[in-house]
Design a protein around this ligand. Sequence first.
Ligand code: CP
Ligand code: NVA
Length: 304
Amino acid sequence: MTLRHFLTISDLNHDELIRVLDRASALKALRGAPEHPKPLDGKSIAIVFEKASTRTRLSFEVGIYELGARPVTLISKDTQLVRGEPIEDTARMLSGYVHGVVYRTFGHDRLERLAQSSTIPVVNGLSDRFHPCQLLADLMTVRQSFGPSLKDVRVAWIGDGNNMANSWIVSAALAGFELALACPAGYPPDSQVLADAHAQGANVRLVERPEEAAEGATVVTTDVWASMGQEDEAKERRHAFSGFLVDDAIMKRAGSEAIFLHCLPAHRGEEVSESVIDGVQSRVWDEAENRLHTQKALLEWLIT
Ligand code: CP
Ligand code: NVA
């Protein structure tokens, strides 16, 4: 079997993406039933964190257990990584012990280097560039609201041009939905990610104002203004992002059928108002739960 990794959402082709999302729905329906499969029975999967996590850790640990495998979580500060052991050596060592590894890190190049030296599948648990596991959950949530075809979906991204924005761009190119991004001046998404999406004919555009992005959108989504590793910039970012709050007025532009998504954790009153994240259009708790189902489907596909 060819070794496959999941470092960005386009590591799946379109058919594979749909298959993983369909399988996630099937696994959700089977959850807790005796016929729920255990395709990873007897295996072990490592989950390595160089940044904080609540959802990613929980959803992978629970999901791996439900697939019949054992999760082994490593917090980098308690490992030899923090004392400078090369990521390539870590990859070779992990390949001898476990059957897959989920890795959350800073530079995306560290994930690529881990994958290059691994003989087991590597999953991106978030890097500064991409958060593809979150997009699987987000797309499952979109399908739960609007049906299986993603083609007629119009997504509005409002906020930082960060790892989540980049992941939405790659997903729009892969799944064929429309995406409008409103990012404050000086905080655009990755220009290479955008150029690659446009080269594939993706319907992705940058607009100046949040209202413009939200107009007629079926999905409105945002994320924190300062991502992990950018804590020192929080104050200047709050200033630069003024006017980029997703509030009731923004949701009104999108319309009453639109849904609101946020990968979480959220800062109420900063990137999203309490009325929106806790309101009737919000699907953030389904979105968080869907991390579990989609990652189970992903691991089953990657490892069996
Ligand atoms: N959305 C997400 O990845 O959450 P955590 O940082 O809590 O894992
Ligand atoms: N953009 C955020 C996502 C957290 C899940 C970060 O990287 O911190």
